[in-house]
Design a protein around this ligand. Sequence first.
Ligand code: SF4
Ligand code: SF4
Length: 460
Amino acid sequence: MPPKYHIETSQAPNQYQKITRSGIIAWEEGCLKCARCVKKDCVYQVYEKRGLDDRQMLDSLDSACMDCFRCVQNCPNRLIHKGLNPSYKALGDHYWTPEIISGLWFQAESGRIPVSGAGYGGPFSGPGFDAMWTDMSEIVRPTRDGIHGREYISTTVDVGRKAMSIEFGPGGEIASPAPPLVEIPLPVIFDMLPWSPPGDNIPLAFLYGARALGTFAVVRQSGISPATREFLPHAIIYVDGNPGSLKEELLSSARIIEIPDGKDAIALQQRFKSINPALVVMIRLRPGPKITERALALIEQGAEVLHLVADEYGLEEGSEPLFIKERVKEVHLHLVDKGARDQVTIIGGGGIAMAEHMAKLIICGADALSIDIPLLVAMECRVCRRCKEGIACPVELDGVDPVWGSLRIANLMAAWHSQLLEILGAMGIREARRLRGEMGRAMFFEDLEREIFATMGKRG
Ligand code: SF4
Ligand code: SF4
């Protein structure tokens, strides 16, 4: 049995002042000028150490406060209050919410699963991944306890094309060709970012992280530099320029390469594989209404890995865009129907923001998924998108230390890995491979709504 996959976590403290959920409001007007102000009694000396982070325009009061409420309760004129911090409320947007961003920061800093301790206080349904629930029927007697080690749960998945049969020669030797397959111990690869500050440091942090975790990071062909070369065994080269300019020596040492979909995609795949037959070729597709037929056509022509990438909100292009989980579900079921699903690896990406999204997309039919923005958030990104406009990053991510960044990424992935194990254990499933397409173990809001309300209004 292979050794149990374990992600080492380490302390990787924040480099910038945290934006916390609650903030302090301390009125000066009405102060009774007490002989001893309650502010002096703060055991954390929050008021005495008060400062301003002028880059982020943040008052240190909010992040240093430990929420003991002592000053709030003891001020005789009730001049000190705690309330929702406006800077927190302004984080991200409708999809990348402050709760998601601060949850990612916590996991990246600590490597631990965020636990509220007071049960789930949110709504029970919503758009996208929130319209789906998993069957945790084994949670009361988790026979597969992956985190605490009672039984091994594997999160390893294969990337590549799978042979549907094996042919043997007269001497009993395997005579049919075995397509190249790459195993990753976590069903996650790191994708290119939709926006980020310029420079090599962020891609380098992704590569360091991918190598430490045993997975892969997608790197643009134009981004291959002397500094990134040592990471080639954990890099997926995305062909974003002239394929002819890729040197044979580079193709020979790469393990996975990605090409954009197009009429020449299969011809290009064959060309790369003629140089390096051990190379796994991924085809990157934008999901849309025609994707099911396109996926089948590519598989029939020999495609190995299909990478379906939605936008940062998990949506495809078009006037009535589907969410990534709906499209992956449709593609998966179509390929199952045509008997072609097992030949190919499907990787889904775009809008993956939480560990539960990882499990949900796999249930909808993906073998693995690609993530992008959470890795940047792990390195303290505020999802303010200033970099997209060419404005300076408030947390100076262009100059991030790649090693520190990779520690934060490893911590985040450790927390996600633990959550995936929790989900698999609670579902009674022993490996991530078997979670793929397990739609019978999930409930979908649209299906329930249809079933419940279908009979309403009908006369008996
Ligand atoms: S709530 Fe407690 S920790 Fe926060 S400033 Fe007041 S006394 Fe200090
Ligand atoms: S904090 Fe803002 S400017 Fe910096 S990387 Fe994140 S989105 Fe871009």
